[in-house]
Design a protein around this ligand. Structure first.
Ligand SMILES: NC(=O)c1ccc[n+]([C@@H]2O[C@H](COP(=O)([O-])OP(=O)(O)OC[C@H]3O[C@@H](n4cnc5c(N)ncnc54)[C@H](OP(=O)(O)O)[C@@H]3O)[C@@H](O)[C@H]2O)c1
Length: 484
């Protein structure tokens, strides 16, 4: 095909000698439609016949939400670690109060503990009531409102009319992977002409020199209230995109108050500073993570910071202030996710999103009008094939119960073992264990697993050990160890 381009008077401007069209994958076309989710609280009727033995721990603290978030997560971490170390048989149920912003961080931490130690911990948020049926429930997370009980379920949401961010825009973490992507997108697609990018180091990215906008890059630790006050005094910021964040991954037994606090600072302290000091802004966007909703194994501290962000936005909305929390799935090719992580996530049912999909999802998420949006890809057939899904995904994937899946696995094992002699049984069991180990370590099968080698020398670390321990399905969250 040849194309001739002319101006308004008909004078030729350019010709295109040939044009090749190629198919765009359905995945690219449908990012906004297929990867946009919210979190619904769905009413349920509790029908547990056999109440589980449990111990209740009420979670609340005095002080500002920031002080409370640090103090409560430290306290709850100690309780979780003690519960695991002493191998208590009962379930430990953490109960928080509706609207307690500080306690919202505890939700992320406990969700990660639930993923790492299924069945040991439960979370309830209540407006005051605490019926016995709720305490006995097998649901890992519940909300009680006016005597009714609700469970969290991820559900699709739709994009709406497009929203354009008004400048000047402050992007915290604006020199990081995702911060830079969104900075350039705001200039190119939103027409923003005034950007302020901050990070603790404040290094200027190369592209800043060529971009069609005035870009200020500054060093500012946004967890430091005075630094934020000084920054805001120097710019008339109209929109905020808060992307600053750090990681310090480790299983729940390895976390310490310091490791919690370091990861909470750029999420909890910084977002609260911005909330209190930003004044009249037209947009307040925070970058949260699916790790908070799903409770990613090995990311208890990070999950805690992100559930605080989600709750802060709810708090702002309740005061009629603008705000949206984007609980992103993992991104590929930028930010801190490694190629190996991307591959593992794809296998677990959560393929990472590309930068092109990410900016499309940013716009779609803003247009949805929801206060909490989960822009992430879910490969639902992978969850379905596994035969079990985390509770939070049960609104999207209907599968057999975990008990049924486990019992079919065990009955097929019984069949395999029946009729074999001792040596044959040992061989069948060894094959099973090698296949499981191979799957966790990312091998194509169990044949390459040398049964005489120690676990550590096979390549296990604390996170993959958690995955192997899970009985009915691997990676209860489907986000078993994303580094983001
Ligand atoms: N990448 C993903 O796959 C993914 C997935 C889900 C959610 N997210 C969220 O998206 C956000 C950005 O992630 P990313 O992948 O772009 O990470 P990144 O490349 O590591 O960028 C993070 C940025 O935050 C800055 N920062 C950290 N602490 C700060 C502080 N106290 N004050 C000011 N700046 C600070 C860092 O710069 P300095 O070190 O110089 O301060 C860095 O520029 C994070 O909040 C993360 O939770 C990312």
């Amino acid at each position: 095909m040849e194309i001739a381009i002319a101006d308004a008077t008909g004078a030729p401007v350019a010709t295109v000698g040939s044009l090749v069209t190629r198919a765009v994958s359905a995945q690219q076309l449908n990012a906004a439609q297929d990867a946009l989710f919210g979190l619904d609280w769905v009413p349920i009727t509790l029908t547990e016949a056999v109440p589980a033995a449990h111990v209740v721990e009420h979670v609340s603290a005095e002080g500002s939400p920031v002080e409370a978030a640090h103090a409560l997560t430290t306290e709850v971490l100690a309780k979780i670690q003690e519960w695991i170390a002493t191998e208590r048989a009962e379930k430990l149920v953490f109960v928080t109060r509706q609207g307690d912003l500080g306690a919202s961080a505890v939700w992320g931490l406990v969700r990660a503990a639930q993923s790492e130690h299924p069945g040991r911990f439960a979370l309830i948020e209540t407006d005051g009531d605490l019926p016995d049926s709720v305490l006995a429930s097998a649901e890992p997370q519940l909300r009680v409102r006016g005597g009714e009980v609700f469970v969290p379920r991820v559900a699709r949401i739709a994009a709406g009319d497009s929203v354009v961010l008004e400048g000047p825009v402050l992007i915290t973490g604006g020199t990081g992977g995702l911060g830079q992507v969104i900075a350039r997108h705001l200039v190119a697609a939103h027409g923003v002409r005034d950007l302020v990018l901050v990070s603790r180091r404040g290094e200027t990215p190369d592209w800043v020199a060529d971009v069609d906008a005035s870009v200020t890059v500054a060093a500012c630790d946004v967890a430091d209230r005075h630094a934020v006050a000084n920054l805001l005094a120097g710019h008339r910021i109209r929109s905020i995109v808060h992307t600053a964040g750090v990681l310090d991954d480790g299983v729940i037994e390895s976390l310490t108050p310091e490791r919690l606090s370091n990861v909470l600072r750029p999420k909890v302290d910084a977002a609260w500073n911005l909330h209190e000091l930003a004044g009249d802004v037209s947009a307040f966007v925070v970058y949260s993570s699916g790790a908070g909703i799903f409770g990613s194994s090995g990311q208890g501290n990070y999950a805690a910071g992100n559930t605080f962000l989600d709750a802060l936005i709810e708090h702002r909305r309740a005061q009629s202030l603008p705000g949206v929390s984007l609980a992103w799935g993992a991104w590929a090719g930028t930010g801190m996710l490694s190629g190996a992580d991307a591959e593992r996530l794809a296998k677990s049912g959560m393929p990472p999103i590309t930068s092109a999909e990410g900016v499309e999802l940013f716009d779609a998420a803003l247009s949805s009008g929801a206060s909490l949006v989960l822009p992430l890809r879910l490969d639902l057939p992978v969850f379905r094939a596994r035969g079990e899904v985390p509770a939070v995904l049960r609104g999207l994937v209907k599968v057999r119960s975990r008990r049924a899946a486990a019992s079919s696995t065990s009955s097929s094992l019984v069949q395999k073992l029946a009729g074999r002699d001792d040596a044959g049984r040992l061989e069948a069991l060894l094959d099973l264990v090698r296949a499981e180990v191979g799957a966790v370590l990312g091998h194509s099968g169990g044949e390459t697993i040398d049964p005489s080698r120690a676990f550590q020398s096979l390549g296990f670390d604390s996170l993959t050990a958690v995955e192997l321990r899970k009985p009915a399905w691997r990676g209860s969250t489907g986000l078993s160890c994303p580094r983001r």
